[in-house]
Design a protein around this ligand. Structure first.
Ligand code: ZN
Length: 556
């Protein structure tokens, strides 16, 4: 597997957080806290905002506590207090209105380390605090050509400290354990000494001592399981090419409208390096949120006022402040049935964001080439990805969770595939949270013939909307998308909501032909009823398996 080191992390912040905190151009709107829930060592705070939220996170030592403030937020009179089970190092968490504008979440623990490991994530309109995070195992520590490479069994959460007299770089891997005693070692590299050891039970500490240690660069892989400490004078140019410098965050150099037509608006985001991005389509009001990962926000850009187009009312830009830098662009859309297309140009330094009006879907397909499918052999592995899971419920309507529907259908699909003699893997086979990066990593490490992610749709603004949407992103997935879409429409007879191109994380970052299927709308009462029925799930699963088999046969 080829691992790209294209994710920048500002190690000093050492946060394990992907948070959508944003400083909007306009005055902040107050965020309303809708609900506070505590279950299975996970705190869920539901709020009514997608973008315009600010956070502040601090850890105090004596006694150990994590203070997380949600700014310009309102909870009201209510306050909450939860006690964690005794096997958890975090002991208690409290949520309350701290002052007029701040909702404060205070977590107490036996150790500061336990608080550093608290995983905070903002997904949709839910802020999750995961208090019990298992330690990852350091599987490999290798020193070659002056660089140190660390491989772990899970996400690495690094923290770096630079010290003087003598010059030292201290690298702590939080929530990590060494695999064996043999990994405790001392490496001598010219004038430099590198020591690998334990700081405490769940922190691995690596100390570089020597005159050039401050010039080392710490980089983390896209899947966050490998850490590279590049350095000295002997940086391997091949490795450099695979990585982005961690010390200089990417920056936006231009943001403009390059096409403003009746049926299409095109925006160009220019930056100094290739941009990695994620997007989120939000409804009520309609918005497209684009997060530029590892991109520092430039103040002046926020004040650029772009005129409205036929598709876009307004554009806002701000910084997601916690963890690695993320610049967020929010497009306030005029229509709810617009299609989006993302296109990278100039080696990814320019990102084109197209908004297409209804009825121009043909253009989308015409603009992508049909992928080649050489060397496909029938009977090989397939990866089925059940969307959401664990504390990420997906859409919740009528007492049904998307995560349960996706898991059930995914299990049925693998059942049919196995019966047909096709080896299939699932990214999750039970109700657990699996990050998008992990899903992609599972797929890319198996190197299957195809990848299919199973989801159910939701569109609050139009409860009549029903039917199938088949999403793909890379051009090698288009023919698979067409085969699958046709098969599902034929076998299940659902309304055609078209094959669409969109850069969902799991279809964008998987190497093989990949689809994300939205198998019906949970916001449509009738379709929701069907989706929860065993017989209908069987029909869907059968059709999906047929689509996979047809594609593999055709591509053979
Ligand atoms: Zn979903």
């Amino acid at each position: 597997m080829h691992i790209l080191f294209n994710r920048i992390q500002l190690i000093a912040l050492s946060l394990f957080i992907v948070l959508g905190a944003m400083l909007p151009v306009q005055a902040l709107k107050e965020v309303k806290i809708k609900d506070v829930l505590f279950k299975d060592t996970v705190l869920t705070i539901s709020h009514d905002s997608y973008g315009d939220v600010k956070f502040k996170r601090r850890i105090y030592e004596n006694p150990p506590r994590l203070v997380f403030d949600i700014l310009d937020a309102h909870l009201g009179e209510k306050s909450f207090r939860f006690t964690l089970p005794s096997n958890c190092d975090v002991t208690e968490v409290r949520v309350a209105q701290f002052d007029q504008n701040t909702v404060r979440v205070v977590s107490e623990a036996k150790t500061v380390t336990a608080l550093e490991k608290v995983h905070i994530e903002n997904i949709g309109q839910n802020l999750f605090f995961k208090f019990h995070v298992n330690d990852v195992e350091i599987q490999d520590v290798a020193f070659e050509n002056g660089s140190l490479r660390i491989v772990a069994s899970g996400t690495i959460v690094p923290r770096t400290i630079l010290l003087n007299n003598p010059e030292r770089l201290v690298l702590d891997l939080i929530g990590a354990k060494l695999k064996s005693e043999a990994q405790v070692q001392k490496i001598t590299n010219g004038e430099e000494v590198i020591r690998v050891g334990r700081f405490d039970n769940s922190i691995v500490r690596i100390v570089f001592t020597g005159p050039k240690t401050h010039r080392r660069e710490v980089r983390i892989s896209n899947n966050e399981r490998q850490l590279l400490v590049l350095g000295g004078d002997s940086v391997d140019p091949a490795k450099l090419a695979e990585t982005n410098p961690a010390k200089v965050p990417n920056k936006i150099t231009g943001f403009k409208i390059i096409k403003d037509a009746k049926d299409e608006s095109v925006y160009a985001v220019e930056s100094i390096r290739k941009v990695d991005y994620k997007f989120l389509k939000l409804h009520n009001p309609e918005r497209l949120v684009v997060d530029l990962i590892g991109v520092d926000y430039v103040e002046g850009l926020g004040s650029i006022q772009l005129p409205a187009t036929a598709q876009v009312e307004n554009v806002r830009m701000g910084l997601a402040t916690l963890g690695s830098p993320v610049t967020r662009i929010v497009f306030d859309l005029k229509g709810k049935d617009l299609l989006e297309e993302f296109k990278e140009m100039d080696g990814g330094k320019t990102l084109l964001i197209r908004m297409l009006g209804v009825g121009s879907a043909d253009k989308l397909q015409a603009s992508t080439e049909i992928g080649t499918s050489a060397e496909k052999s029938f009977g090989s592995a397939v990866v089925i990805d059940a969307g959401h899971g664990g504390y990420d419920y997906g859409a919740i309507y009528g007492g049904h969770n998307e995560k349960d529907i996706t898991l059930s259908i995914a299990q049925k699909i693998t059942g049919y595939l196995e019966a047909a003699g096709i080896k299939s893997y699932m990214t999750r086979s039970d109700d657990r949270f699996v990050s998008l990066a992990e899903r992609v990593e599972v797929s890319n490490s198996i190197e299957p013939k195809v990848f299919v992610s199973v989801h159910a749709n939701a569109l609050v603004t139009n409860p009549n909307m029903e039917g199938l949407q088949t999403y793909y992103y890379n051009s090698n997935s288009l023919s698979f998308a067409n085969v699958m879409h046709k098969q599902l429409l034929k076998d299940v007879g659902m309304p055609d909501q078209r094959v669409r191109k969109a850069g969902f994380w799991v279809v964008k970052h998987t190497d093989v032909p990949s689809l994300l299927l939205e198998l019906g709308f949970m916001t449509n009462v009738e379709e929701r009823k069907k989706l929860t029925k065993d017989s209908y799930q069987n029909d869907l699963a059968k059709a999906v398996s047929r689509g996979i088999i047809n594609y593999l046969e055709g591509a053979r």
